[in-house]
Ligand binder design. Structure first.
Ligand SMILES: [Zn+2]
Length: 257
């Protein structure tokens, strides 16, 4: 079992520190800034061994340079299709990638849509999916297409139901509020909203979530549910909406929610 530590950064980002089971060796996922990461590494006596990047947005890469000043040999893994500073290992879809001897082999998934080259990392049943899938929602289209993001989400939907979803932002309450506007009668969703609201009132994190809970409550993973298609339809639609069109409409409604 890996030990995952959250570093809070900016307004609502999570930078994940993934510590190996038997040592202080640690992977840093999406360091948008270095200072809080360095502080956490020091306070937990962790030794960084690699940086993993999901996509090129500044709030995911802004800390790379300073971290490598402190740890010059730190390799930087990132998406092949994007410009990442100091990237030493350019990745795309891959199974059985070993980034360091202290960690189990990981799977790299191409998950474009939020950006055109976004990738996700799956190791030990934990998915580090950047801004692709959020707890209760999904990323905006900022470089990729709706087709890409929808396909990426369908892909993630196939992972084992107990997969833990480590996304990069604490957007959950707002996401679930939007989800409730789409599926007000979804009891699992109402329960999840209440639970997450309690967590946030105590300043606790709602991340990671379990894929099973996303499948039951996240509208972006439920585009083929007849109730959601109906809700998103309008009078001009002659046929029931296909999943992709439901996804498009959900995404654009959420953009202005
Ligand atoms: Zn992003």
């Amino acid at each position: 079992m890996l030990n995952v530590h959250a570093v809070n950064a900016f307004e609502d980002n999570y930078i994940w520190l993934v510590q190996s089971e038997h040592s202080a060796d640690t992977l840093i996922v999406d360091p948008g800034t270095a200072q809080p990461v360095l502080k956490k590494l020091q306070s937990l006596a962790l030794m960084p061994v690699a940086i993993l990047i999901t996509h090129h947005h500044h709030d995911h890469i802004g800390g790379i340079e300073q971290l490598r000043q402190c740890y010059p040999h730190l390799p930087v893994f990132g998406p092949r299709q994007e410009q990442i500073p100091d990237m030493s290992h350019a990745l795309s879809e891959h199974t059985g990638l070993s980034v360091h001897a202290a960690f189990p082999a990981m799977q790299i998934l191409d998950t474009p849509g939020h950006t055109a080259g976004h990738i996700s990392y799956l190791l030990d049943g934990k998915l580090f999916c950047g801004d692709t899938l959020f707890a209760g929602g999904c990323g905006r289209l900022l470089g990729g297409t709706a087709e890409q993001l929808y396909a990426s989400l369908l892909r993630l939907r196939q992972l084992p139901a107990d997969t833990e979803i480590y996304c990069a932002h604490e957007y959950t309450l707002n996401n679930l509020l939007f989800a409730l506007s789409i599926e007000p009668d979804n009891q699992a969703l109402r329960d999840r909203f209440d639970h997450c609201r309690q967590l946030r009132e105590q300043h606790l994190s709602t991340v990671p979530s379990r894929l099973a809970d996303e499948l039951a409550t996240n509208p972006f993973l439920r585009c083929d549910q007849p109730g959601i298609a109906q809700q998103l339809g309008n009078i001009q639609d002659v046929e029931p909406l296909a999943g992709l069109e439901v996804f498009r409409r959900l995404r654009s409604q959420k953009d202005v929610f």
